[in-house]
Design a protein around this ligand. Structure first.
Ligand code: NAD
Length: 455
């Protein structure tokens, strides 16, 4: 078996041979990736169930369909994206041909997390292939069943000369990162992102970081409280809260909280029944280590658990849980929860909510629930976040026509659809000149004079 550096060297020499450049090659690989997913749907669903007890419905929606949609969109459009983009000209460049040429970066590294272990590895890969790169992909070792399925399927369907899967955890990834890549696309925690940046600094490798953070949900003014509760519960407890764009905490007035609580309780019962632990539609926490991390937060909170709170270590189960009377400095507000716990903080004014959000790191997503568009616009205009969605959670990330990514500590760069293609392309500025109008150039050659500047 090749060592990691042999794999990278092999891919680099294949890239230099130009194999990945023709549109037909890229199209064939994208179609092969589509076949891989479609022909192995059952195996994929089983692996995801093994790793996270993902219900078939959630897995189909968030791991399979989203990649298939992006693939369709990319296959139908990337030929257009590959074309030169002609640039505006001025008098001095009137006779030149000026355009932006999208060129592949080279050999790129894609490192994925465990929470959507298929989607978050394959969506960037779609962009990397469409843009004409070779790629090394590194699935998360934590979602072991999906990791081993990906390692088995990718070489069966995609060109082994151009795409390779490398397996392993922190140590193997650190070793892999010693190699020179032309781009690193990393999805995961902020802590590990710092290690990635240090490794990238050695070779000055450009990096895309898709990280997490605490995405707020601000509920204010008149609101359809039943719909709000159902959308909040769905987006929070989808994947048992292990979504980078899950609403992390709620901000609302006391009156809204009091109206919301019975509806949240009802929504949990409607979705997961009276005993959520027996419900097949609720995921489990991925590992005992992550279960302990989430439970520690819950133990330390000085808030009041008003819904859920039950747990079972052996089953890696944590009930959909709602906590009220949570202060800004509570244990649940220190880091991203990444589990099925929803803290509710009360505010007295919209401005207080906006100020609280702005005191924290810029989030990956920001949600506002309100019937009043003036409230939605006020929040939109006075905050910053990777993405924004009113009156729902998570769904803004399903559109391949919208860029997906963070800002500041929640991430650098973006992807999905054309945005992935751009991330994995170099926008090369090209000016093709002839020899005409040389007499005009005497204006810019020495000897200089103020007259030449037109003064
Ligand atoms: P993680 O950072 O622990 O692991 C991610 C990847 O990094 C894995 O492939 C892992 O093997 C590797 N890794 C782990 N330790 C490493 C080290 N020391 N050096 C080099 N590589 C290392 O992240 P996770 O726990 O898998 O994912 C959870 C985090 O990811 C959450 O913060 C979540 O918000 C974020 N996330 C963000 C997005 C997004 O699109 N922005 C999507 C999913 C998850």
């Amino acid at each position: 078996m090749d060592t990691q550096s042999q794999v990278v060297d092999r891919l680099r020499s294949v890239f230099c041979s130009g194999v990945t450049i023709p549109e037909e090659f890229r199209r064939a690989q994208l179609n092969a990736l589509m076949c891989m997913i479609k022909e192995n749907e059952e195996l994929i669903l089983n692996a995801l169930h093994k790793d996270l007890a993902k219900p078939k419905f959630e897995a189909s929606l968030s791991e399979i369909d989203i990649v298939i949609n992006d693939l369709h969109y990319t296959i139908n459009n990337f030929s257009k994206w590959m074309k030169p983009e002609y640039a505006g000209k001025n008098l001095a460049t009137r006779l030149d041909t000026c355009f932006v040429r999208r060129e592949p970066l080279g050999v790129v590294l894609i490192i994925g997390p465990w929470n959507y272990p298929l989607q978050i590895l394959l969506l960037p890969l779609v962009g990397a292939i469409a843009a004409g790169n070779c790629a090394v992909i590194k699935p998360s070792e934590v979602s072991a069943a999906t990791e081993s399925l990906i390692a088995e399927l990718i070489p069966k369907y995609l060109s082994q000369d151009c795409y390779a899967v490398v397996r392993g955890g922190a140590e193997e990834t650190q070793a892999l990162l010693k190699n020179r890549f032309d781009h690193i696309f990393y999805t995961g925690s902020q802590t590990v992102a710092r290690c990635i940046l240090q490794a990238a600094a050695v070779h000055l490798t450009p990096v895309t970081l898709e990280l997490g953070g605490k995405s707020p949900c601000l509920i204010y003014g008149d609101v359809d409280i039943i719909a709000a509760a159902r959308r909040l519960i769905w987006s929070k407890f989808f994947n048992a809260g292990q979504s980078c764009v899950a609403p992390d905490y709620v901000l609302c007035t006391e009156a809204t909280r009091d109206a919301l609580l019975p509806e949240l309780r009802q929504a949990v019962e409607d979705f997961y029944g009276k005993e959520p632990q027996t419900c097949p539609d609720l995921c489990r926490i991925v590992s005992p280590r992550h279960w302990t991390r989430v439970m520690e937060m819950l133990k330390k909170t000085s808030g009041k658990v008003v819904l859920g709170g039950e747990s079972n270590e052996e089953d890696k189960y944590i009930a959909p849980t709602v906590v009220v009377d949570v202060a800004e400095d509570d244990a649940l507000m220190e880091e991203e929860i990444f589990g099925p716990i929803l803290p509710i903080l009360t505010i007295e004014s919209l401005q207080e909510g906006i100020d609280l959000i702005n005191r924290k790191e810029r989030p990956l997503a920001l949600y506002v629930f309100s019937d009043e568009s003036s409230i939605v616009n006020t929040v939109l205009e006075n905050t910053k976040s990777g993405g924004f969605c009113s009156n729902d959670g998570i769904v803004h990330m399903t559109l391949p026509t919208l860029p997906f990514g963070g800002i500041g500590a929640s991430g650098w760069g973006n992807y999905h659809g054309r945005w992935s293609f751009e991330t994995f392309s170099h926008q090369r500025a090209c000016m093709l000149r002839g020899w005409a109008l040389e007499r005009l150039n005497t204006l810019r050659y020495p000897p200089y004079s103020d007259d030449k500047l037109g003064w």
